[in-house]
Design a protein around this ligand. Structure first.
Ligand code: SAM
Length: 449
């Protein structure tokens, strides 16, 4: 029995799909790269922008002939297109879908598959089912021993309700995973050769706000840091309002926590920020960037920006442009505003910036950011940096610096999962090319066969 998973959207969806794959493999399914060969197809969807939603509908339509040919095929629609509330319209429009699963929840699919063979359900099967729900995360077979870096959801859902964002409606209220559960998962992943974890949340720096035991993201980072065998820790995405001194101190103090902060600004104009309901001003964000840079020298900082928010004037856009130019951040994830169902902005604010204008603003920021990234990355040239090697890509090793810069280099040695010092020889806006140094030391670390 084979399964195929299609994943769209954010890192949270990547982590969710990994969980589904893990649960399916516990039931005896194996992965198939060929969708046509699969007995179970999972579409893990994103609706953060209309274009992502359209892609999901396109995929769903393309499965109709497969289902018509093979009525036993199980189609599972998962993720933000489904959401946390029952959605009878989706069931009506896509009768060829067998199972609808909310984000992060593999159990509807697993229950369906178990019930499908209900006559066989015996005690062994029930025990197996409990193992899936409670057990440690087992990486899907084809990823085991090859996955160096893994995503771990630590905050599910979101309760912030930015006026443009559909996530709270689809992923439900904010909920932090118990610290012990996260640590157990990190340990399990280390046993499967994972060396780096990225702790995920829509607003990850709100970790623990729903507990009454005082635990915070800093507490969690310290606990994960203590896990033997884990070499690097990252976390994303942070909200500016929750990046407090305790968190910055923790990042600065813990050697395994990388100098890499993802903290979206979304706009460089106070009136737009107010209408986005972001809860901070441009001045607050500017001061935060200063505090981050003071406390964690040489950190890389990534931001998210939306252009063409309802009512955004040329002058307001210009302020965003100027802010990006001034702050010189490493990465800017850019998006053109897209009205999403149920959101405050879609209900109350006309989407009045024409598409061509949104595109022009997007391109202007894209060009600016490429220049900034080129300049920042040129500073890496002739420097030795430590790379955690993630995979071989077109014959070259590919890994990341602590600051999350993509690095490619050549070596005959098997360096998967190793921390390798490399000297940067070439830099571009999106990646670096390097050559390994001190390779003898690296060889000495390799386990003897
Ligand atoms: N929760 C994080 C935050 O905003 O602080 C980031 C996660 S969000 C799902 C990913 C990004 O998608 C956002 O930072 C935003 O830039 C973009 N985004 C969200 N809603 C959007 C919309 N309606 N139109 C365009 N981009 C959007």
């Amino acid at each position: 029995m084979k399964y195929h998973i299609w994943t769209a959207g954010c890192q949270m969806n990547v982590a969710d799909s990994q969980r589904v794959a893990s649960a399916l493999e516990r039931l005896g399914y194996t992965a198939s790269a060929d969708i046509e060969q699969a007995d179970v197809i999972v579409l893990n969807t994103c609706v953060v922008r209309q274009s992502a939603e359209d892609k999901a509908y396109g995929r769903l339509q393309s499965l109709k002939p497969l289902k018509a040919r093979n009525p036993d095929l199980v189609i599972n629609l998962m993720g933000c297109l489904v959401g946390v509330k029952d959605n009878p319209r989706l069931r009506e429009v896509f009768p060829h879908v067998d199972v609808f699963s909310p984000p992060s929840d593999p159990s509807p699919l697993i229950e369906h598959l178990l019930l499908k063979d209900a006559h066989d359900v015996d005690r062994a099967e029930t025990e197996r089912r409990h193992a899936i729900m409670d057990g440690e995360l087992q990486l899907p077979r084809e990823q085991r021993g090859r996955t160096v870096s893994a995503f771990i959801p630590v905050v599910y859902g979101c309760s912030h309700a930015c006026s443009y964002c559909v996530i709270p409606y689809r992923r439900g209220v904010e909920y932090s995973r118990p610290l012990a559960e996260v640590v157990a998962e990190v340990r399990a992943l280390v046993r499967q050769d994972v060396r780096e974890v990225t702790l995920l949340g829509q607003i990850v720096d709100r970790y623990g706000k729903d507990f009454d035991n005082g635990e915070t993201l800093s507490t969690l980072l310290r606990a994960v840091h203590a896990v033997e065998g884990i070499q690097r820790i990252r976390f994303l995405t942070s909200h500016p309002n929750w990046m407090n001194a305790e968190l910055l101190d923790t990042v600065a103090e813990l050697p395994k926590v990388c100098e890499h902060i993802e903290v979206p600004v979304q706009a460089g104009d106070d009136e737009i920020l107010r209408r986005m309901k972001r809860g901070y001003s441009v001045g607050d964000y500017r001061r935060l960037i200063d505090r981050i840079r003071d406390r964690i020298p040489n950190t890389s900082i990534a931001t998210d920006i939306i252009v063409g928010f309802p009512g955004e004037t040329e002058a307001q856009f210009r302020r965003t442009y100027d802010l990006l130019d001034e702050l010189r951040l490493d990465v800017a994830h850019l998006a053109r505003y897209s009205p999403r169902p149920d959101t405050v902005s879609a209900r109350r604010m006309p989407d009045d910036v024409p598409e061509e204008e949104k595109m022009r603003r997007f391109r202007a920021l894209e060009t600016l950011q490429a220049e900034i990234a080129t300049e920042i990355n040129a500073g890496y040239r002739d420097r030795t940096v430590e790379v955690l090697v993630e995979e071989k890509h077109r014959g070259r090793w590919k890994g990341r610096t602590r600051t999350n810069k993509l690095v490619f280099f050549d070596s005959e040695a098997d360096l998967l999962g190793k921390l390798v010092p490399v000297r940067v020889e070439w830099s571009g806006p999106w990646s670096l090319i390097a050559s390994p140094v001190d390779i003898a030391q690296v060889h000495a670390d390799l386990p003897t066969p």
